[in-house]
Structure formats: structure tokens, C-alpha cells
Write a protein that binds this ligand. Structure first.
Ligand code: WQD
Length: 335
């Protein structure tokens, strides 16, 4: 396989995927507009892998600039991460989210079409399943109206890709993430939340680091064993490895479009996760239970059997390591 283009390749999941690709001997080209990451991630990927890669500071919405990358590099496959992903922010800034996430995808597809790049892996989300009561969730679960503009951009993105693949030679794989957490074992790359984190684990680690005063667990009156929400937390390295499997699966697909849930297949409650974080890292976290957060799904976890069967992929990293690596990364950030 020729060079793999990783859009958003200096971001959280993108950087971990770039590491996995490089370590398997792939040639990687990264484009990133650096709005949600920093340039030193490039050096850290080099430090981890000992391998260099081409980097272009390009916004995927700038089709002319993106097209020059395709002209300069012989791209044979694309893993498309570049998108905004904060659910709450998308409610406040829907137009920015539709422009960046949907127009950015369309811009990319005009390049892949012009350069006959057929293998495409798309970063989607379990949010497309909406507020479901049917966990474990299979890929056959209905796609419902999303609860945020962010979720809608993922539903629209999948539909655009399905139509694009059906009328071209493209082979598209959509990966629906559950809850990505954790960091590379080197603690050199991880999640870089800008501003006040909306996601659970960055807020937990920042509370443990004293950056935040207290964690509020949003609601303990749900219809779950301990009253708190249940989620399928998946380690970012497991997630990254699924992307390598997906880009390898794409050229051999006997259909033009396929989707996979990426989760562990196990649900953990918010309280369980917080208690695991305290135990694994031998610390007490300052937290209290508060009101429910609007838009939260009560409980959702994946049925991950399809990815195991067709991609030959399953998660190997358990919750304790997710909590250990998250804290190691947070502590490293303080350096
Ligand atoms: C997890 C749980 C909160 C913060 C999001 C995106 C989804 C996907 C995964 C990309 C919930 C609780 C959180 C806090 C809390 N992303 N929580 N206190 O909402 O499950 O999903 O990430 O693909 O698209 O929506 O993740 O981390 O925000 O919340 O109690 O300070 O933690 O109520 O139950 P979520 P999250």
C-alpha cells in the first residue's frame, strides 16, 4: 500500500493512529490545521517511533491546499479524523460544525475523486445511535435523529460517504467510536483538551492535578445499578489499531461501504470509572453527585463482534490501564 494520508493526524486519536501506522512500516502523510493540537506532537511521534513523516499545516476545508498535498504525495488511502468533536460546543456553534465537519469532508472527497484514492476510513461516533435503551449496540441499530449538531454531522458524513462509495470505486469504512480515553504508554501523546473539558476523563485528571476544584458526576438517579450513566470506554491505542485494520480491510471489501462499532463490549458506570481511577493511581478524587446533564444517554455500550469477525480486531487494554495512562499523561503535561 502507498502512503496513508491522516487528516487531523496530530490530534488525539489521529496522533495515536499515526504512531501505529509508522510502527507497522507504513509511509504516512499528515495534514492538520493545528486548531486543536500543537506542532510539538510531530516531534513526539518521531520520538516514539523513530520514524519521520510528511506534515502539511493544511485545513481540510481549503480544497486548493489539500489538492496540492495529493499532487505532491502518492496517496493510496485516507484516514479522516479532521473534525470538531465537542458535543456541547456544537450546540453553541452549529454553523462552524457543519462547515468544518461536512464541508471539510466534501472538500476531501473532491481530492480523493480527482486522484482516484479509493480507500477511505471515516471517524464516526456512537452518538449516531441517539438515546438508545438497546445496549449492547450492534451496527444494525437504527440511526436516529442526533441529539447535537456534532452528532448530525456524523450522520450526514456517513450518508455522503455511502452515496459517494456507491457511485465510485471507493471502498469506505466508517468507524463508530464509543468513549475514547487513555494515552500512549510513553505518556508523550494524549488528549489535549483546550479550555474546560466536557469529557469525563480529562475532567477527572485535571481535578486530580488540582487544575479543577471538584468533579461533578452528572446524575446518580438513573435506572442503572449504581444510578450513574454507563459507557463503553475504549483505550485510544486499541482504537488506533482498529484504524490500521480498517485501512487494510478497505481494498479487499466486497461492498463499497461498511460500518463498525469500536468499543470493548463492556459497560462501566461513571462511579466505577472514578473509583478505578482512584484505586489504580492511589489517590482520592474530590467529586460529588450533581444534576443530570441535558442530552446524556442513560447507558450505552457496544456489541463489538462485527469488528472482531471482519477486521480481526478486538480491544486488549482494560479499564485499569486506561486510568493509569490517563493520569500519567496528565502528570507529564505539568512538566
Ligand atoms: C461520559 C459520562 C457524563 C463529564 C462523548 C461524545 C460522543 C463520543 C464520546 C466522539 C456521561 C459523565 C462527564 C463530567 C460527568 N465522542 N460526566 N461529569 O457524552 O458519553 O460522549 O464522547 O465520538 O460523541 O458525545 O462522553 O465524557 O462527555 O461523558 O459525570 O464532568 O461522564 O454525564 O455520563 P459522552 P463524556
Amino acid at each position: 500500500m502507498g502512503k496513508i494520508l491522516v487528516t487531523g493526524g496530530l490530534g488525539y486519536i489521529g496522533s495515536h493512529t499515526t504512531v501505529e501506522l509508522l510502527q507497522l512500516g507504513y509511509e504516512v502523510v499528515v495534514v492538520d490545521n493545528l486548531t486543536n493540537t500543537t506542532l510539538d506532537v510531530q516531534d513526539r511521534i518521531l520520538q516514539i517511533t523513530g520514524k519521520s513523516f510528511a506534515f502539511y499545516q493544511v485545513d481540510v476545508c481549503d480544497t486548493d491546499q489539500l489538492m496540492t498535498v495529493f499532487e505532491k504525495e502518492s496517496i493510496s488511502g485516507v484516514i479522516h479524523f479532521a473534525a470538531y468533536k465537542a458535543v456541547g460546543e456544537s450546540v453553541e456553534k452549529p454553523v462552524e460544525y457543519y462547515h468544518n465537519n461536512v464541508s471539510g469532508l466534501i472538500s476531501l472527497l473532491s481530492c480523493t475523486k480527482k486522484h482516484n484514492v479509493h480507500s477511505i476510513v471515516f471517524s464516526s461516533s456512537c452518538t449516531v445511535y441517539g438515546d438508545t435503551k438497546l445496549s449492547p449496540i450492534t451496527e444494525e441499530h437504527p440511526i436516529v435523529e442526533a441529539i447535537s449538531p456534532y452528532g448530525t454531522t456524523k450522520i450526514i458524513g456517513e450518508q455522503i460517504l455511502k452515496d459517494y462509495a456507491n457511485f465510485s470505486e471507493a471502498r469506505v469504512v466508517c468507524l463508530r467510536y464509543f468513549n475514547p480515553v487513555g494515552a500512549h504508554s510513553s505518556a508523550l501523546i494524549g488528549e489535549l483538551p483546550l479550555g474546560v473539558p466536557s469529557n469525563l476523563i480529562p475532567y477527572v485528571t485535571q481535578t486530580a492535578a488540582g487544575i479543577r476544584e471538584k468533579l461533578t458526576i452528572f446524575g446518580n438517579d438513573y435506572n442503572t445499578p449504581d444510578g450513574t450513566n454507563i459507557r463503553d470506554f475504549i483505550h485510544v491505542v486499541d482504537l488506533a489499531q482498529a484504524h490500521v485494520k480498517a485501512i487494510e480491510y478497505s481494498p479487499n471489501m466486497n461492498m463499497s461501504f461498511d460500518v463498525f462499532n469500536l468499543g470493548t463490549g463492556k459497560g462501566h458506570s461513571v462511579t466505577e470509572v472514578v473509583e478505578a481511577f482512584e484505586r489504580v493511581n492511589n489517590l482520592k478524587l474530590n467529586y460529588a453527585y450533581g444534576e443530570r446533564r441535558a442530552g446524556d444517554v442513560e447507558q450505552i455500550w457496544a456489541d463489538a463482534t462485527k469488528a472482531k469477525k471482519l477486521l480481526g480486531w478486538k480491544t486488549t487494554i482494560e479499564l485499569d490501564e486506561m486510568m493509569r495512562s490517563s493520569w500519567a499523561w496528565q502528570k507529564q503535561l505539568a512538566n
